[in-house]
Design a protein around this ligand. Structure first.
Ligand SMILES: [Zn+2]
Length: 377
């Protein structure tokens, strides 16, 4: 049997070892205590970086009393925490914007209340809030921003428009967002991608080479001539609608559908030669500004009469077209918004969901677009 060699320490090292042991325990204790503090905060939803900053700012107890708060998390994470705003941060709705914290501080500095600041962040994207934070404080912020889709960048135009016209906040925001405070065709926006909810009017235009992506021929059974084209989606919806009308004894037909940019150029020339410039300015959409170029607009007729507005088919369309995704686009009561006189025959495919909403709420497509589709913020 082998003897296990015993290592004997010389007695004089023992006190050092004891001291080292105590030191290690102490460091470990501090470390564990620190980890526990961080854990208390991360458990609440704070990031590790934010938790460390909170700990070193000595506001851990305050944060624990507030609980989870994305704005406080963002502030501490950014290294821009300012003691004087400690109690206001938690009242700010967090928004995921690149310069959220620095813009927040600029707005605090301008003297905006936390309520004002929440309104500001809800009405603009990062860049718009940044621009807004550079201007002087606005006194009656809620005047226009009570409208959910009001835009920070349009503030001055709202003020001018309301002063000029005496309109209320709601209409002012709607009209300005639709650029109706500008002349027709002035500073118009280019619409460059096809979708069934696209908006084309006297302020939003298509380029000369825009063609709907699903352009197809219309079956002559549904059209008054055999060379008409439109968006495949719109054609399919129209077929369903025409078949349903037929079953109930009504005959609807497409008289005009997709018109290319060049078609509109030719049409403008034709009307100009026949009726003159005054007529063209008033009634003919400029090339690029006609909804027919989207492939989603149809001029609908009755097979039984030439005056569609007097036909029973017109009545049927008024009551049923929305079920198939079509809306009467230019109605008398909406002339001021659509920019077109009434055209009883002009229908636009927008899909069933949007058409139903528009039907139910009796609003023009422009208003729906301003409320739900405008790419702001
Ligand atoms: Zn038309």
């Amino acid at each position: 049997m082998k003897k296990v060699a015993k290592i004997r320490l010389k007695p004089k090292f023992v006190p050092y070892l004891k001291a080292l042991g105590i030191l290690v325990c102490l460091i470990l204790g501090v470390f564990l205590f620190y980890e526990k503090q961080i854990h208390d905060l991360t458990k609440l939803g704070y990031s590790k970086k934010a938790s460390q900053a909170i700990l070193f700012s000595f506001h851990k107890d305050y944060i624990l009393s507030v609980g989870e708060n994305p704005t406080l998390n963002a502030v501490f994470e950014s290294d821009q925490f300012q003691e004087e705003y400690l109690d206001q941060y938690r009242k700010i709705q967090y928004v995921n914007q690149e310069h959220f914290v620095s813009n927040l501080h600029k707005l605090f500095k301008l003297g905006y209340s936390t309520n004002d600041i929440n309104i500001i962040f809800a009405h603009g994207d990062d860049a718009a809030v940044g621009r807004f934070a550079k201007r002087e404080k606005i006194k009656y912020l809620e005047e226009f921003f009570i409208v959910p889709y009001a835009k920070l960048d349009n503030y001055d135009r709202y003020v001018h428009y309301a002063d000029d016209t005496g309109e209320d906040e709601e209409l002012t925001v709607l009209y300005v967002n639709l650029d109706l405070d500008k002349e027709d065709y002035e500073d118009a926006h280019l619409v460059d991608s096809f979708s069934t909810d696209m908006l084309v009017n006297k302020h939003r235009y298509l380029s000369s080479d825009f063609v709907p992506t699903d352009l197809a021929m219309i079956d002559s059974q549904y059209a008054s001539s055999d060379d008409l084209q439109a968006s495949r989606l719109a054609i399919n919806a129209f077929r369903k609608m025409a078949d349903a009308a037929e079953r109930e004894g009504y005959q609807i037909v497409i008289n005009s559908a997709y018109r290319s940019y060049q078609d509109q150029v030719d049409l403008t020339e034709l009307y100009f030669n026949t009726y003159g410039q005054g007529y063209v300015d008033k009634y003919v959409a400029k090339p690029g500004f006609s909804e027919h170029q989207t492939g989603l607009a149809f001029d609908v007729g009755s097979r039984n009469t030439n005056v569609f507005a007097n036909s029973k088919e017109y009545q049927w369309m008024q009551e049923n077209s929305y079920k198939y995704g079509f809306i009467a686009r230019f109605e008398k009561r909406f002339e001021a918004i659509t920019g077109f006189r009434q055209e009883a025959w002009h229908y636009r495919y927008v899909g069933e969901e949007i058409a139903s909403y528009i039907h139910e709420h009796s609003i023009p497509f422009e208003e729906y677009w301003a409320m739900f589709l405008d790419q702001r913020r």
